[in-house]
Design a protein around this ligand. Sequence first.
Ligand SMILES: [Zn+2]
Length: 411
Amino acid sequence: MDVQFLGGAGEIGRSAILIDESLLLDFGMLTDSPPQFPVQTPSPDAVVVSHGHLDHVGTIPALVSGDARPPIHWTPPTYELAMTLARDTLKLHGGTVNCPFTETNVRRVTQVSKTHGYRESFEAAGYEVTFYNAGHIPGSAHVLVDDGDTRLLYTGDFHTDDQRLVAGTTARPDADAVICESTYSDVDHDPRETVEGRFVESVETTLWEGGTVVVPAFAIGRTQEMLLVCEAHDIPCYVDGMGKQVTEMLGQYPEFVRDADALQRAKSHARFVTGKDGQRKRITDQKAAIVTTSGMLSGGPAMTYIPEIRGNPMNKITMTGYQVEGTPGRDLLETGSAEIDGRIMPVSARVEQYDFSAHADRDGLFAYLDSYRDTPVLVNHGDRCEAFATTLREDGYDATAPELGATVAIQ
Ligand SMILES: [Zn+2]
């Protein structure tokens, strides 16, 4: 089996792995200005997608341009999320070089889509493929590819610990080689309950003092996780941005979340912001948490909320995920001011960061790979892939970190 890394090797973003020039795993986009795409656009016989984050599905519609109509295999939530993200990319970049597909391409994705549940093997480009719950976001999967001789396990993004939205991965299918993500290979997360406890206490204190808390959150996964936290602790909250429609959509796939009843309760508990009649400005003095995109303050309704609440030191902004360098969210944490909607703004409201990660940390990666001690490991999806591969080798693993564009033969 020849495995070629067209993206996501030694980097995070634009994940794309081509097997025997025939089966493509993921086809993502690296968010940057300008956005970056996999180093090649192949013509695969079939496509299999691990989960519905932009860095794994963002460039998928480009695969059905011209006469190409490869079937695209994914779980139902991954399909829905891919379509949502594709339409969003069209809205942001449609008709420019920053959008490598058209509305027609996006519509065609629907025609070639094939959805599958976990542990239901299917055939793709002559391979037997099986999805296993990866515990990252709803619908996220480890992908096992079997050509009859060799079994390749592509972990995709995964988490070993439970989140409120999804339970951690427990599947460890037999494999002859593992492609393993390494996003947080040099990080130890605090236990989730500790992070949640600190967050809840901070938000409750601010609301009790009469302030408002803006909770920037990614639309997919994180927004729902924060709504679940708010419901569990009876924190009054609003939800705004693309996370609203994602929350509605996930309600239709109870089998892909940890506790469908809890998600339903969280949905009822949160007030959905319509944005009509100046509602956004009106709710900024409501003594509530406002869960909104974008997670790194680079757009979305947060652009309305931050200017409204920033002047009052009683208010708070609580980041809920990693802030990439150069984003307004990172600037705000480091300098106390940020460029919001084109204007540099000093912020008097308190700014805090909470690590609600959806990825395994260093211990989680080691715990997962403990089931693959005698299996070659190819490290990808990280900023320090080579360093993690070296650490694994020192621990006795046969581990490497393929470079971007490299082809690796596995047996
Ligand atoms: Zn992901």
